[in-house]
Design a protein around this ligand. Structure first.
Ligand SMILES: NC(=O)c1ccc[n+]([C@@H]2O[C@H](COP(=O)([O-])OP(=O)(O)OC[C@H]3O[C@@H](n4cnc5c(N)ncnc54)[C@H](OP(=O)(O)O)[C@@H]3O)[C@@H](O)[C@H]2O)c1
Length: 314
């Protein structure tokens, strides 16, 4: 049995992680950090959590002193370093999976998107950076065609408002979102840089947030250096994802409803221009699951050298 600490446990992704950790017989949630819910039973938030476990407001040093094999950090961007530094100083062999963007550009960390960049680098790794939600969808949609691209892929994404976390702001304000669609971060969104860096190809990305709670649809426009056939287009995705249990390839463009509450991702569309030089694909996934918590569980299990994570259900 491996023991796990969770920092940021009362947030949207933390809540999913409590449930997913409870699905594994070989993992035990040993402590759950929240300042806002300090002293309250974890089961008040997540009934699937361990009976009797209370949220605790632990400092980075207190987290580092706790006995555990792995720590998941699920805090807003910019908060991870004090925890990483404290753990590094006391128990450097602890597996750390960070859900924020803080280490996605750090070469000393492994970027954990198992279906694209392989499981070998993640297996046994102790510092694993979990990809962003849009960044996961975008890379899954573009990667099979990346060698064929003649220029930047253009990505249009819409996410549910849980993507904006629990701290109140306009992008998770149900009133402001009612009958509305909000474009934001039109230039230089962090996931644009993240996708470009890890794909090794420039992408252009325009995010939007809508009035639904969870799920992402991301549409990608690609131009190809040479004409491709419909068969080659389809087989690039079949080859890339045919054996992947969490990625479904289908003819039709997936809708938000197919991604929301789905532990994996759905990729489809396969629109191809008559001259075979332009293709459009769509990826749908759940920003809190394959876009965050499910992927973190895949990475945690690989880091701890446990069997592959197979989510039971959303
Ligand atoms: N939401 C998504 O769809 C999504 C998808 C992919 C990745 N991510 C990333 O995952 C991370 C968590 O996102 P989220 O949506 O779950 O956020 P959230 O719902 O806003 O929750 C944030 C959590 O972090 C804790 N926290 C905030 N500041 C802290 C600090 N300085 N020290 C300790 N704890 C702190 C909060 O708990 P207390 O205030 O009670 O301590 C809360 O549990 C973010 O980096 C986000 O970018 C989110």
């Amino acid at each position: 049995m491996k023991t796990i600490g969770l920092v940021g446990a009362r947030g949207h992704t933390g809540r999913e992680l409590i449930r997913l950790l409870a699905e594994r017989d070989d993992l035990k949630l040993a402590f759950a950090v929240s300042r806002a819910m300090d002293g309250q039973p974890v089961t008040d938030l997540a009934p699937e959590g361990p009976a009797g476990l209370l949220f605790e407001a632990l400092s980075p040093d207190e987290v580092a002193q706790r006995q555990c094999d792995g720590v998941i950090l699920a805090m807003p961007n910019g908060q991870a370093a004090p925890y990483v530094d404290a753990i590094e100083a006391v128990k450097p062999d602890t597996v750390i999976v960070d859900l924020s963007a803080d280490y996605r550009f750090d070469d000393s960390w492994v970027y954990g998107l198992p279906e694209l960049y392989g499981r070998a680098a993640i297996t046994g790794a102790t510092r694993i950076s979990n990809p962003g939600c849009y960044a996961t969808a975008g890379q899954l949609a573009v990667a099979p065609m990346r060698e064929a691209l003649s220029g930047p892929a253009h990505l249009f994404g819409v996410s549910g408002y849980s993507g904006a976390g629990t701290t109140p702001n306009r992008r998770n304000d149900e009133e402001a979102l009612r009958d509305n669609l909000m474009p934001y971060a039109l230039m230089g969104h962090i996931h644009e840089r993240e996708m470009s860096r890890h794909l090794g190809r420039e992408v252009r990305f325009s995010p939007h947030v809508a009035a639904f709670f969870r799920g992402i649809v991301l549409t990608v426009q690609m131009e190809f250096a040479r004409s491709i056939t419909a068969e080659a287009f389809r087989s690039a995705y079949e080859t890339a994802y045919g054996d992947e249990p969490l990625i479904r390839v289908q003819d039709e463009a997936p809708e938000v409803i197919e991604g929301a509450n789905n532990p994996g991702a759905v990729v489809g569309g396969f629109a191809l221009s008559e001259d075979g030089r332009r293709g459009v694909m769509v990826c749908a996934l759940d920003n809190l699951l394959k876009g965050a918590a499910v992927q973190a569980m895949q990475n945690l299990c690989l880091g701890l050298r446990l069997s592959e994570f197979e989510p039971r259900s959303a």
